[in-house]
Design a protein around this ligand. Sequence first.
Ligand code: NAP
Length: 365
Amino acid sequence: MKDTLRYDPEGAVVLAGGYGVVGGEVARMLQARHPSLPKVLAGRTPSRGEALAAEVGASLQVMDLAGSAPLDFSARAVVALVNDSSDRLLRACLRAGIPFVDITRWTVRVQQALALVAVEPPRAPVVFASGWMAGVVSLVGAALARELGGASAVETSILYDLADRAGEDSIEFMDRMHVPFEVTEEGARRVVEPLTEARRVEFAGRYRRVVRLDTPEQLTLPLVLGARTVSTRIGFTDESATLSLQAAQGLGLFHLLRGDRFRGLRRALLHGSGKGGQAVVRIDVSTGGASRTAMLVDARGQAHLTAAGATLALERALGLDGDAPPRGVAFPEQAPSPGRVLAALRSLGVELVVQTGADATRRAA
Ligand SMILES: NC(=O)c1ccc[n+]([C@@H]2O[C@H](COP(=O)([O-])OP(=O)(O)OC[C@H]3O[C@@H](n4cnc5c(N)ncnc54)[C@H](OP(=O)(O)O)[C@@H]3O)[C@@H](O)[C@H]2O)c1
């Protein structure tokens, strides 16, 4: 039996993975911003989502993207908040003409999805919002570029709180620490090793070590903004963790431990305590001698900030943001009104401070 989805413009928004760590935050945000929008929370064991469903007035649905049961439902839109590893959900939505948002893809998986939409062109909006924090970095980068009249460089530094909450499905992303990736620098593409090329970057008066990380905005921002240099680096609140991960990478440990046999051990290495922390991101955009620096802080953590990105991507796909929905595929940084998006981020509880050129504390090499 094959998957059969149906587009229903009056139907529910189906959140695949909707009662996970990020999914729960998306469900709450949608309930607060669009209380009349019907919602379905889908996953393999919906009983885990009962309390959340009652809280946000959603229904629950069984869905196993890796299982043999066919997908069979109607939707106004689908948001992928769990890895769609075989592109099953994307393909079914493309065929049914259902608006689709995905926040889960690392860069090669975004490239795979782009190849798929080249073969099966979408009839409905498709927003690939898998950049850091579901495209929040891309949105802010685009807004700063709009203020500056362009961007020759977009450099992002993430301060990751090891105490922050992250679900099991998130670890897949961190599980790729041994895989080299491409970046754009001075207009040329080159391959870099993850966790290398350390810099010290200032966050709220304190310098932190940050290292290379593979994230999809390093693929899309050069294309959308024409930026000649785009980089994303990550550092951990506990600097010894950054150094240990660098050392493990240098010793080839992630490479040695790849494969299913060591999955549990890799996850133990990469998974924090998960009690809760704050999400901090710094985005430096420059062009022609002028620059802007945005500092983002979400006191409710990375899942909340990611949910803000996912919510804005869904609003974009459905035209709930006041702009016409995109025709076919779009990335968050292609939003027609990025300034309005900054206001929306603030309204979602994200602290966002923008400094101009001389006021901004410069990055130290
Ligand atoms: N772009 C970004 O910056 C960003 C940031 C954070 C997270 N993310 C991505 O967001 C995703 C969710 O992260 P999370 O921390 O919320 O993970 P999570 O807490 O593990 O949530 C995953 C959800 O998906 C469901 N699920 C798992 N396997 C499934 C399957 N085979 N079929 C259907 N549903 C399934 C789970 O419920 P059941 O176990 O009951 O099925 C759960 O509700 C991850 O892919 C992560 O990489 C992206």
